[in-house]
Design a protein. Structure first.
Length: 86
């Protein structure tokens, strides 16, 4: 995680305008940290209702696929060399 968190924060800072960069990083960290609590609670509920920890892993698989699909669908490349249409 020590290699992941700085990269994610840098990506948020990279696309944020300098006037609101601090707010963007704070908002990102709020939702990331909230995800720890909600994710753990969701995993516990799914594992309990499914009767097995395996259901919790399938919950994560589906959640990761859904979040990746949303980023693929709504995300935009901000690097000018990789997005020549702009």
């Amino acid at each position: 995680m020590a290699l992941l968190y700085p990269n994610l924060s840098a990506a948020v800072a990279d696309i944020a305008h300098p006037n609101w960069r601090g707010s963007a990083i704070g908002t990102y960290r709020f939702w990331r940290d909230l995800g720890y609590a909600v994710g753990a609670l969701g995993l516990g509920i799914v594992a309990h209702l499914g009767g097995s920890v395996t259901w919790g892993f399938w919950f994560v698989v589906i959640a990761m696929f859904a979040s990746g699909a949303l980023v693929w669908w709504w995300g935009e490349e901000t690097h000018p060399r990789l997005n020549p249409a702009d």
